[in-house]
Every structure is written in C-alpha cells, then in structure tokens.
Write a protein that binds this ligand. Structure first.
Ligand SMILES: Nc1ncnc2c1ncn2[C@@H]1O[C@H](COP(=O)(O)OP(=O)(O)OP(=O)(O)O)[C@@H](O)[C@H]1O
Ligand code: SF4
Ligand SMILES: [Mg+2]
Length: 331
C-alpha cells in the first residue's frame, strides 16, 4: 500500500535576487513498511522536502505539485487544521535540530507524556492516567537506550547532552504510534555507539511494527545498513531512485555514481590507498542555479543538450533523470 505519493513537487522561495525553485519537480513514493532513504549532500534540499511534507514551511513560499497525497488524501488542498490532525496521528518527525523542536520551558517528561495517545490508557481517572503515562514514558526511554530515565524525564532540553536529546526525539516519535517516522539526519554528529543504537532501533521498529521510515541522511554507510529503497537528491532535483541493491550495482545517474565512489567503506572492491573519485566543484547556492540539469557545471558527461532539464525515465522500479546516463546499453 502506498502511504506517501509525491509527484512534481516544486517549492519557490524568495531570496534577495528574487523567486527561485529551491525544489524542482521532486518525485517520491513511500510504501507501507518500507525504509526509504533520502540522500544528497548538504544543501540539496532534504530538510525542505521534510518540511513540505508536514506543512512546516513559511506561508509566503509557493508550493505546487501534480500530486502530494497521504493514503490517497490530498495534503495540499486539505485545511491546515485537518492536515495538522492527520500528520499528528500518522506521521512523526525527528527534525534535524532537535533542540529547536522541543519546548525549552517544559521538562522532557512533560513533553513526552503529552505525545502519548489516550487510547494507550486503560484507567479512567487522571491520577491513575498519570501513573500509566509515567510507566509508558519510562518504557519508551529504555527502548531507545536511555538508562537514566529519572534524570532525563526531570530535565529541561538544554540540560542534557546532544546524544541523549537525539535518542529522546526517537522516543517522542515512537510515543504516538505513527505509521511513518521521518528521521531528518538523526545520527549526525553522534558518537559511533549511539549512532549504531539509533539505526538498529529504527530498523527494529520497522520490522516488528511494520512502521515505515523515511531516513534522511548524507551518510551512505548509515543508509546502506538499513534502507531498501533510495531517492537521490541533487540541488533540489531528484536525480535517481530505486532499490538500493540496483543502484549500487548499476547507477544510471553520474551524481549517484559519484556519491557511491566517494564513500570508501561503501566500495568493497577498493584496493588500499586508492584515490577517491569525486566531482569537482561544489553544490551551487540558490543564487546561482544552473539552467536545465543542475549537475551540468560539475558533470563529466555534460553536453550542450543538458541545458534542457532531462525528463524522468524509468527502467522497472528504477527512475533517473539524465540525458546521457551511465550504462547506456542497459536502458
Ligand atoms: N529559510 C530559508 N531561507 C532561504 N533559503 C533556505 C532556507 N532554508 C533552506 N534554504 C536553502 O535551501 C537549500 C536546501 O536547504 P536544506 O536545508 O533543505 O538542505 P539539506 O539537504 O537539508 O542540507 P543539510 O544536509 O545540510 O541538512 C539550501 O541552499 C539552503 O540554503
Ligand atoms: S543530464 Fe547531462 S549534465 Fe545532467 S547528469 Fe546527465 S549528462 Fe550530466
Ligand atoms: Mg537538512
């Protein structure tokens, strides 16, 4: 069953030089029970996509799409109130900067207890509910690897370390028993043990509860340890998507290939001390967006035809947008 279906999502934002397309015809489909990775380097628009899905963008920005549905319901034509209700019930987001999404004036205990849906309580009276809420919150904290639950629940957000905040955000995301968790770079900057714990936890809830996960990251190694399907983003455009296994075996888009080649531990066949292949230059800013295929100025295969935006092409469940794809013969 398809949960989230996005076709040609475009976001125009106003910057000092005028209106620009920060997202340009984004396509993405998330199925029930899937771990879907959204990957791209810093500034490619990953967090903007997350915010567009949950309706957390400034009102003045222009957002359009041929389709943007959650379980068949059109998210763009829904009233803001109905959309908030639906998102709150079905989708949990772990935002990239967790401290910004927590209320600094409430303890973590107060905040997680607010997220627990009332159908989880068996007792009628509020003092009995309070006990149940506390027990559920403690259970969630243990599940995400926070051992000192008492200290965590009584602390304010600024009083705990980044690693614990990030684990706490995962606990908050699980509290409302959603259908989809969107995790925007949940392991960035974490030390390795905590990072592994979070990845394992997300993979486990996916298996045990058949919960879908949209895993947003620039870290290919983290993605490879859990995702089955990948969408690759470059400078606000989706350049390729498909089963991770397929992409690793035969990427069609030069950017996907460059990403794979630039991750040393991702390539098993790499002899010791080999130089890493990467693309020259860096991702353009919104003030200097190239015309047509945005990879053009950095792409070793670019030709004059690339000033026209390539159309999306499909080979079974594998999609790409490139005029001169790698592995021509496989098309
Ligand atoms: N509020 C804003 N105003 C203007 N430009 C913005 C705003 N938010 C994001 N951008 C721009 O949109 C582009 C995409 O930003 P986004 O934060 O989505 O990137 P990202 O892929 O999430 O990067 P990272 O991996 O660093 O989190 C960037 O060029 C960024 O500068
Ligand atoms: S369309 Fe052209 S510039 Fe873009 S990735 Fe393909 S070959 Fe490179
Ligand atoms: Mg981001």
């Amino acid at each position: 069953m398809i949960l989230l279906d996005i076709k040609n999502l475009t976001l125009e934002i106003d910057i000092s030089s005028g209106w620009v397309k920060a997202l340009d015809k984004i396509n993405m489909v998330i199925h029930e029970g899937q771990i879907h990775a959204l990957v791209g380097e810093s500034g490619s628009g990953k967090s903007l996509i997350v915010k567009a899905i949950v309706g957390a963008l400034p009102n003045r920005w222009r957002i359009t799409a041929d389709r943007m549905t959650w379980k068949g319901k059109n998210l763009l034509t829904m009233s803001p109130k109905a959309r908030r209700k639906l998102i709150r019930k079905d989708i949990s987001v772990i935002f990239q900067n967790p401290l910004e999404s927590l209320d600094p004036s409430l303890t973590l205990g107060q905040q997680i207890k607010e997220m627990l849906p009332s159908n989880q309580f068996t007792k009628t009276w509020f003092w009995q509910n309070n006990k149940e809420k506390h027990a559920l919150a403690v259970k969630l904290l243990h599940k995400v690897g926070i051992k000192d639950h008492q200290q965590c629940l009584t602390s304010y957000p600024h009083q705990i370390t980044n690693d614990v905040v990030q684990k706490f955000m995962v606990a908050m995301a699980l509290a409302s028993e959603p259908k989809l968790i969107i995790a925007d770079d949940p392991t960035r900057g974490m030390e390795i043990t905590s990072k592994t714990q979070i990845l394992k936890l997300l993979a486990r809830v996916n298996q045990v509860k058949s919960l879908s996960v949209m895993f947003v990251s620039h870290d290919l190694l983290a993605i490879s340890s859990m995702a089955s399907y990948v969408t690759v983003l470059y400078c606000g455009q989706t350049v390729e998507s498909g089963e991770l296994k397929q992409l690793r075996k035969r990427a069609f888009h030069p950017y996907t290939q460059a990403l794979l080649d630039s991750a040393p531990s991702f390539r098993k066949d790499l002899p010791p001390k080999s130089p890493l292949r990467s693309l020259d230059g860096s991702i353009p800013t919104l003030h200097h967006l190239p015309i047509g295929c945005r990879l053009g100025p950095r792409c070793p295969r670019a030709r004059k035809e690339c000033v026209a935006t390539p159309q999306i092409r499909r080979v079974h469940t594998h999609f790409y947008t490139c005029h001169f794809p790698l592995h021509w013969e496989a098309k």
